[in-house]
Design a protein around this ligand. Structure first.
Ligand SMILES: [Fe+2]
Ligand SMILES: [Fe+2]
Length: 149
């Protein structure tokens, strides 16, 4: 797999695993565990969004000249996903099982649709357009591996 697709898709998978663990903790009313896992999910998801918004998207826009295209759609979906994440956190905070599971389902469905668009369209386009510019992502995207290693 090409480096951008590989790195960002792996973060999607990692967040999905934490989400599933959190959902199952809520299902068995283990709220202490649910809260810990929610905090991890929230931190990882927000870091991923910020790596895209601060690192990948601006470089994509610069190299392709596409400033009003896919990156704008993805940014606006992040706004909605952040809102859902926040509301899910509030529901976890008051230990409201039905509310948490309902919001979790909405969040996860929306997130999967978002991730599919990135993995099938945006990341492959970025892998093409940024072939010579991967070094520019190092430092702007925490953990992104230096090219050639
Ligand atoms: Fe995204
Ligand atoms: Fe993403």
């Amino acid at each position: 797999m090409e480096p951008i697709s590989e790195f960002f898709s792996a973060q999607h998978r990692a967040c999905d695993r934490v989400f599933e663990q959190m959902e199952s903790a809520v299902s068995r009313d283990d709220w202490q565990q649910a809260e810990t896992l929610f905090n991890e999910l929230s931190e990882d998801t927000l870091q991923h969004f910020s790596s895209e918004e601060q690192g990948l998207f601006p470089l994509f826009e610069e190299k392709t000249g596409m400033r009003a295209g896919p990156t704008q759609v993805m940014r606006s979906e992040h706004v909605e996903l952040r809102d859902l994440l926040q509301r899910m956190g509030d529901a976890v905070g008051v230990k409201d099982r039905d509310q948490t599971l309902g919001l979790a389902e909405t969040f996860f469905l929306f997130l999967q649709q978002h991730n599919v668009k990135e993995e099938q369209m945006l990341y492959p386009m970025a892998d093409q357009a940024l072939q010579g510019a991967l070094q520019d992502l190092v430092g702007k995207v925490p953990g992104f591996p230096p090219p050639g290693r």
